[in-house]
Every structure is written in structure tokens, then in C-alpha cells.
Design a protein around this ligand. Sequence first.
Ligand SMILES: Nc1ncnc2c1ncn2[C@@H]1O[C@H](COP(=O)(O)OP(=O)(O)OP(=O)(O)O)[C@@H](O)[C@H]1O
Ligand SMILES: [Mg+2]
Length: 291
Amino acid sequence: MKTDKLQQAGNSSVETESKKTKTTVPGPGSKRTVGNIKAADPVMSATDVNVYYGDKQAIRNISLEIGKNEVVAMIGPSGCGKSTFLRCFNRMNDTIEICRVEGDIRLDNEDIYGKDMDVVLLRARVGMVFQKPNPFPKSIYENVAYGPRIHGLTANRTELDEVVQTSLEKAGLWEEVKDRLDQPGTGLSGGQQQRLCIARAIAVSPDVILMDEPCSALDPIATARIEDLIDELRKNYAIAIVTHSMQQAARVSQRTAYFHMGELIEVGATEQVFTNPRTKLTEDYITGRFG
Ligand SMILES: Nc1ncnc2c1ncn2[C@@H]1O[C@H](COP(=O)(O)OP(=O)(O)OP(=O)(O)O)[C@@H](O)[C@H]1O
Ligand SMILES: [Mg+2]
């Protein structure tokens, strides 16, 4: 990892701490990011990432780490690039033809855009949960068993049964579905489907889980269950979550990253970002003046 570069990025902005003149003045060619982009125990690191859709630049020179046992919340106005940036971490942008990603992104210090990287394996190690629950048109059991099976993670049916059960337990869904494992995953409620998708992601023992607005299609009770689950999952995984709910970011994350027009403006401990944002752009967004 280019540690010196990352360090530089965390300190590159000229800023004033004074409340009245809260502002950032980027130096020539420097990143605008204010705060510490580093994680205590980094699992993934993005350095100097730029993303383009055709000629249009969607992400500008962003560096950020995601660490073990932490939830990083990514917030910011619609269109600021949160989903685009999140998708860089498991190369989901590869599926968009006009999309081009530049920069250095590493998982356990391995370049995920390197020519030896097996993208299917990468997406098992860096799982993703989407806004709209998207179970396969298969049984509940098969939804969870699919990944371990194609990756050859289990030796026999007994082991596979165990992985399915443990994953559903970790996703907080086992008790609700244990008597109907052979029924279609699509027959579950929205909240249950989302927990099924989380079970599917964790069945292949990922290192990282990426979540793009995982609760935006759910009611408050289902949302609360997923939020509890995210807190539980943090014990075993590094998690990055995009959310439009500032309450949710405050409840589930330890660090928060504020994005604005393709740039990472500020990143820091969630409490600090919400109670004492260091840039005016962040302050305007969290106080509802912008976005
Ligand atoms: N497939 C695509 N093709 C072309 N442009 C795209 C594509 N996906 C995103 N963009 C553009 O890239 C920019 C960032 O979009 P992105 O979806 O990452 O934003 P976002 O922060 O996730 O927004 P939202 O909060 O609405 O989900 C926007 O200008 C968007 O129009
Ligand atoms: Mg998005």
C-alpha cells in the first residue's frame, strides 16, 4: 500500500477549524478531503480513484480505507457518486460498458484490478447487498447454497446444510424460514428477502460487505432489524454502507464519509462528522440546507 500517499491524502487540505469560517481551501492539485481517510485495521484501500462514464467524470481523486470491524457510512446528495465509488470495491463497475475506473484499489494489499485477480472470487470476498432485495428465482435454501456450491466451499450435503443454516442464523432469518427452506426466496417479505440476500452474501465467508441503501425499500421495523444485523456483522466483517438516512448513518457506522459532486469532502468519526463537521459543505448537508 502506498502509505505515504494515503497519509498525505488525509492531511492535504488547508482548513480552518473556526466555526464561523468553516471552509476548506484546496491547494493546487491537492485533494479536498478533510479528515483521516485511514482505518485502524484496513481491509480495503482505495487510493487516488477516478471514475468516468464515457467523457463524464463521476469520481474525482478519492482515497479511502475500509477497516475490519467497522462500518463506514457513505452519505451525500443524489448523484454525488456514492454508488459509483462503492462499486469500485468489487469491480461491479466492470459490468457497465462505458465505465472506466482509474486508481489503486486493494484487498488485503492485493491489487483488485491486477491481471491475476479472479473477479468471481473477488465478488465472493467482497459481497454486495443492493437497494432492492434481489433473491434468485430459486428456493430459500438454494439462494444461500448457491455461492458455497459454485466456489466448492463444502465437501458434502451435510456441510452445505450447516453453512446454509449458519448463514441464515447470522442474518437473523433462520427461525422464520427453517420450516420452509424449499419455498421460493421471492415469496418472502421485503425485509426477509433483504436478510436472505445478506445470508447469501455471508455464506461464502466474505471479508467485506458493501451495502447500497439496503433499507430504502423497507419499513421501519424491517429497517431496525437490518440495522441491528449490521451492528452484529461488524464483529466479523468490514462493512461499507451507502445511505440517505443520516439517522441510519449515525446509528450503524463508526466512520462517516461525506461525498459531494464526485469528491470525498470529509471523513471522520461518525459522531464528529454529525456533531462538529469540519467543512461547510458537510454542515450544509447534514443540517438539511443542501441535498
Ligand atoms: N451507468 C451509468 N451511466 C452513465 N452515468 C452514470 C451511470 N451511473 C451513474 N452515472 C452518473 O454518475 C454520477 C454518480 O452517480 P451515482 O449513481 O454513483 O450517484 P449516487 O451518489 O449513488 O446517487 P443516488 O444517491 O441517487 O443513488 C451521476 O452523475 C450519474 O448520473
Ligand atoms: Mg446510489
